[in-house]
Design a protein around this ligand. Sequence first.
Ligand SMILES: [Cu+2]
Length: 155
Amino acid sequence: MIIRTFLAAALIGLSSPALLAHEAPVTAGDLTLSGAFTRATRPGAPVAGGFLTIRNAGAEDRLTGGSAPFAAEVQVHEMAMEGDVMKMRALPDGLPVPAGQEIALKPGGHHLMFIGLKAPLVEGETVPVTLTFAKAGAVTVPLKVLAPGARGMEH
Ligand SMILES: [Cu+2]
C-alpha cells in the first residue's frame, strides 16, 4: 500500500514536481525511510550531502553505503572533532540502525556524502539514491532537492 502510494507519487512527480511538497516514506522490510533530501549545488561543485530519517521496527540493521546515478560514489559520513576543528569522515563499517529505534541523518551530524557529482543538483527536482543495508538490502529513496543550506523539510 505504501509502496503503491510512493510509485503513484513518483509518476505524478515526473510530470509536475511542484505538486509534491515532500515525498512519501519508503518501506523496506522493517525499515521506514522518510524526509529524504539533498541540496542544490553550483555548477562544478564536487560533492553534496544527503539527509533522511530511518525508523527500524525490527532487529538491528546497518547502513553500509549506496549508489546514485548523479554521483560517482555514495559514502556514509560522520562529523567528528579533530582538535578544535569539526571535520567529516567516512564510516568504514557503516552506520548502525539499532533495533526498534529511529536515527536521523541531518546537517551537522551523520549524513550521506555524494562524491564526484556528474551534474549540478537543481532545486525543486527529485533524484534517486539507492541505499545498501546489511539486512534490508538495497532500498531506493527519492531525494527532494532543496535550496542550498536547507536544513530539512518544511511542513
Ligand atoms: Cu560528508
